[in-house]
Design a protein around this ligand. Structure first.
Ligand SMILES: Nc1ncnc2c1ncn2[C@@H]1O[C@H](COP(=O)(O)OP(=O)(O)OP(=O)(O)O)[C@@H](O)[C@H]1O
Ligand SMILES: [Mg+2]
Length: 364
């Protein structure tokens, strides 16, 4: 619990709030905001994006358009983001125009640079997967040897859904691998032979109050989240350790909003941090259906400076992403009793997140 008090709310029902980013996360945030009596203004470079179709207004401009950002800022009481590759300077412009943005530019900037992120984890006593900084191709082989001969080379900036990553083992062709790294800056991570992956999804309010959800167990395929299962069915001691890592991260960042920390559970029961996301998270979509308060509503509450809701889980179950053409099977999911959520994307490109289904079972 917290010993501080909530500030005056940043927005009241009836006000407009802003979301930077136009994807499915913005769409689901906008739907949650609507239930709380708020209007949503989206800022995104693309027209006709998933979020804009559930919002009152969309500002269509690049994230570098200062005038458009100022206009957006003037139109809302508080702003947030749904996409972690927004330039932190865009947040600075909105703040300078007098509109608070939560989470703030610092948390965003740390999460955007895998090197800064891992260094920050270490500074605050959270162990990341072993890694080496790579600024030139010739550094790759010695680093790989030192990390045990198998690793993943990851671009430092702007990767998502496993993009900008190359698996390496043994003797490698460093020039070809390095050429794939955007901007010539990368980190090499040891390949972790994990038992499973989990994530900590939590919210921190404007008063420092932190509420966590039960950790889901996550399965990725080809770098993309496939399925999240809840509960994770792991020892409670391990799950408590995971949650305290998440709490420490949120407190050290003085974070406001929903945050996700992705963790590897090693075969000896240690927890290694993979990365964090300064936003609502795909592995938390099920909270909407299986908990008293879901991540989208909670995020809106936090960024508006409102009290946080109860995160207790009332059901077991799983969330499955619908990728690419899988979304065409939506009638089957309507028939089989799953809860379905479609993002309204016009094109079902391969691997693209088109929607998700949640199957619930009685809590064991
Ligand atoms: N060091 C590692 N060892 C073993 N597996 C890994 C490692 N790094 C990544 N992976 C696997 O690849 C997945 C995606 O990696 P990562 O989270 O770095 O990618 P991303 O592009 O940021 O994806 P997203 O934004 O969707 O989380 C991980 O969840 C994990 O399954
Ligand atoms: Mg990830």
């Amino acid at each position: 619990m917290t010993d501080t008090v909530l500030p005056a709310p940043y927005a009241q029902p009836g006000d407009a709030i802003g979301i930077l980013g136009g994807g499915q996360l913005g769409r689901m945030l906008a739907l949650a905001a609507a239930r709380l009596g708020l209007d949503v203004h989206i800022f995104a470079p693309e027209s006709d994006c998933p979020a804009s179709r559930t919002a009152r207004k969309t500002f269509i401009a690049p994230y570098t358009d200062r005038e458009a950002l100022k206009e957006f800022a003037a139109s809302v009481k508080v702003a947030t983001l749904e996409f972690e590759n927004i330039p932190p300077e865009a947040l600075d412009i909105v703040e300078a125009a007098g509109t608070r943005v939560r989470p703030d530019a610092r948390a965003l900037a740390i999460s955007q640079d895998r090197l800064a992120e891992k260094s920050f984890f270490r500074e605050i006593g959270i162990e990341p997967a072993p890694f080496a900084r790579i600024d030139a191709a010739h550094q790759i082989q010695p680093a790989l040897d030192q990390l045990g001969g198998a690793g993943i080379l990851k671009t430092r900036f702007s990767g998502y859904d496993g993009k900008g990553q190359i698996r390496l083992s043994g003797v490698v062709s460093p020039d070809a691998a390095f050429a794939e790294m955007q901007g010539g800056r990368a980190v090499l991570e040891a390949l972790i032979d994990f038992d499973c992956e989990i994530s900590v999804i939590l919210a921190r309010g404007a008063d420092g109050d932190i509420r966590t959800w039960d950790c889901p167990r996550n399965v990725h395929q080809g770098g993309i989240l496939r399925r999240s299962t809840f509960p994770a069915n792991l020892p409670s001691e391990l799950l408590e350790r995971a949650q305290s890592m998440g709490r420490r991260l949120a407190a050290e960042l003085d974070y406001v909003g929903v945050l996700a920390l992705e963790l590897f559970v090693t075969r000896d029961g240690s927890l290694l941090a993979n990365e964090f996301a300064p936003r609502v998270h795909n592995s938390g979509h099920w909270t909407e259906d299986a908990c008293l308060t879901g991540q989208f509503e909670q995020h809106i509450r936090a960024v508006c400076g409102w009290p946080l809701g109860d995160t207790r889980r009332h059901s077991d179950g799983e969330m499955l992403n619908l990728l690419g053409a899988e979304a065409h099977s939506w009638p089957d999911h309507l028939r089989d009793g799953a809860k379905i959520n479609l993002y309204g994307k016009r094109r079902a490109a391969e691997g693209r997140k088109m929607g998700h289904v949640v199957r619930l079972a009685e809590r064991s």
